[in-house]
Design a protein around this ligand. Structure first.
Ligand SMILES: Cc1cc2nc3c(=O)[nH]c(=O)nc-3n(C[C@H](O)[C@H](O)[C@H](O)COP(=O)(O)OP(=O)(O)OC[C@H]3O[C@@H](n4cnc5c(N)ncnc54)[C@H](O)[C@@H]3O)c2cc1C
Length: 486
């Protein structure tokens, strides 16, 4: 039987078994699951809205029998196309499986994959506990998606990424067999650690249906401050000095001069009266009253040595005002171009200054704005290459710029993605960051665990030509509102 016929048989069977409440063969809901935040939309056969583990199991078993590709999906906030069903088949949306149970005595959260990250945080905090990972999309994205992408966020500066808070995973192998990697305990040394192989595997090795998350005591207090520097070089030197002094900010965000231009000149947010156009560090400390007292004292000493201006928030309201600069600069970038390549590269701290110089060279060479901000403590920066999609020649330059950027970060000992993953958008660059032996090892694992190539095919390894596909013109709830002038 031909593949198309086999797939069609499988689709009619899954519809019969799970019914029209769970399986959608057409309509708006199905269309909206044909792309993620990258807006690269693909035709596919059926959307399955799983409500239970049995639904996931049934879907994968049938998919294997009828050789249907299956793309797992949370909320679709991925920025790389990792949740777009590029090879058609079925999308399995697990966002309805969203139970959360907080176990205070064990400091754990037991969650289903569709639990929204901000909900996990709220429920943990009610019990005096804390789940630190905080991707900016946290009001929308699911824990299943965060695990699949090993999501990061601003608080990685002190606490680390999603992986650092996952104690155990439960779910289904690509062939529909149930597995669990760990349990409601904090230690295991019982065979291979496949839990960590699943984390960051972008839905290509298994479908997560339950996770045990590690929680920590909720910090009593937070304190936000901002420092301006005479140059980008000085700001980046100051980052290393701060960390070298043993200070441990929960957040340490860098905004380069171009980002500041967007915030100040376009969005009209100005934090210092007498200093303009200068790079900033936004700094947050958390902890007990005495810890914060100590951090404040030491930070003020550091600021006197390094910064040209410094301001600490005296209230929650003032702290919110300081964060405005970070929030608004993203929207204001759209005054520089109506399309953005939002990269999330990593460069080791010792090479950040060389990277900042290289970035200036890239901007001149490709003649495109590239405002850059991000997580200074771990060297994970968002380089935003701005261009106009309707101007073909600008697209060609943006394509050249991103390739050049990736080669530059790898030559500086860094890597091409720190938190968004590879998906479709970064697949052409995987070979810059990984050698043949490394890619062979990864593909061998994929073949061993998913011999029929069912789960999320076409992602990570197969170079994808993002420029040949027009994104759908649709506004998503989390899209930043463009700020074109103040
Ligand atoms: C405005 C905005 C801000 C963002 N900020 C950040 C940020 O600060 N840090 C950061 O790291 N990312 C950020 N992201 C990217 C995105 O939110 C994350 O990658 C997030 O982890 C995706 O979660 P999701 O539920 O939307 O997953 P989806 O987009 O639905 O899926 C993402 C990937 O996970 C797989 N997947 C989903 N659920 C499962 C499951 N149960 N089992 C197996 N695989 C699964 C999918 O197949 C896909 O490969 C941002 C995105 C937006 C739009």
């Amino acid at each position: 039987m031909k593949k198309g016929e086999l797939n069609a048989q499988g689709t009619s069977l899954i519809f019969k078994r799970l019914g029209p409440r769970k399986v959608f063969l057409s309509g708006e809901r199905k269309f909206m699951a044909s792309f993620d935040s990258s807006k690269l939309s693909y035709e596919y056969d059926a959307l399955i809205r799983a409500r239970s583990e049995d639904d996931v199991c049934e879907t994968l078993k049938l998919a294997n029998k009828y050789k249907v590709p299956v793309t797992p999906r949370g909320t679709g906030t991925s920025l790389t196309g990792s949740a777009s069903p590029v090879k058609g088949g079925w999308v399995i949306d697990v966002s309805l499986m969203k139970r959360i149970a907080i176990k205070k005595d064990k400091a754990m959260a037991i969650v289903q994959p569709g639990a929204v990250v901000s909900e996990i945080q709220k429920l943990s905090e009610k019990e005096g506990l804390f789940y630190p990972p905080d991707p900016s999309s946290l009001e929308y994205c699911t824990i299943g998606g965060n695990i699949a992408c090993n999501a990061g966020g601003m608080r990685c500066a002190k606490y680390g990424v999603t992986r650092d808070f996952v104690l155990a995973l439960e779910g289904f192998m690509p062939n529909g067999e149930k597995v669990s990697w760990g349990g409601e305990y904090k230690k295991f040394a019982t065979g291979y650690n496949i839990r960590d192989l699943w984390i960051g595997s972008e839905g290509t090795l298994g479908v997560v249906t339950k996770a045990v998350l590690r929680l920590i005591p909720k910090p009593d207090l937070r304190w936000t401050s901002v420092a301006a520097f005479s140059s980008e070089k000085k700001a980046l030197q100051a980052v290393r000095a701060l960390l070298g002094e043993g200070l441990t900010p929960s957040i340490l965000e860098y905004l380069d001069e171009d980002s500041i231009y967007c915030a100040e000149e376009i969005a009209g947010v100005r934090l210092f009266k007498k200093v303009e156009g200068k790079p900033l560090l936004l700094i947050e400390f958390d902890g007990s009253k005495s810890e914060l007292r100590d951090s404040k004292r030491r930070l003020k000493g550091w600021a006197e040595r390094w910064a040209i201006a410094f301001k600490g928030a005296r209230s929650e309201g003032e702290a919110e005002n300081l964060w405005e600069v970070r929030r608004k600069c993203s929207g204001a970038m759209f005054a520089l171009g109506n399309a953005k390549l939002n990269e999330d590269i990593v460069v080791p701290l010792e090479n950040q200054i060389r990277f900042s110089e290289s970035l200036k060279r890239l901007k001149r060479k490709w003649n495109l704005p590239m405002p850059t901000f991000g997580h200074a403590a771990d060297g994970n920066l968002h380089v935003n290459i701005m261009f106009h999609r309707e101007i073909r020649e600008e697209c060609v330059r943006a394509e050249g710029a991103v390739q050049d950027l990736m080669e530059t970060v790898v030559s500086l000992g860094g890597t091409i993605s720190g938190e968004h993953g590879i998906g479709l958008a970064k697949s052409p660059f995987l070979r810059i960051a990984r050698n043949n032996a490394e890619i062979f090892a990864m593909q061998a694992i994929k073949k061993a665990l998913d011999p029929n190539g069912i789960l999320n095919p076409g992602k990570v390894f197969e170079p994808y030509h993002v420029w040949e596909k027009n994104p759908v013109a649709i506004r998503l709830p989390w899209d930043k509102k463009p700020i074109l002038k103040r």
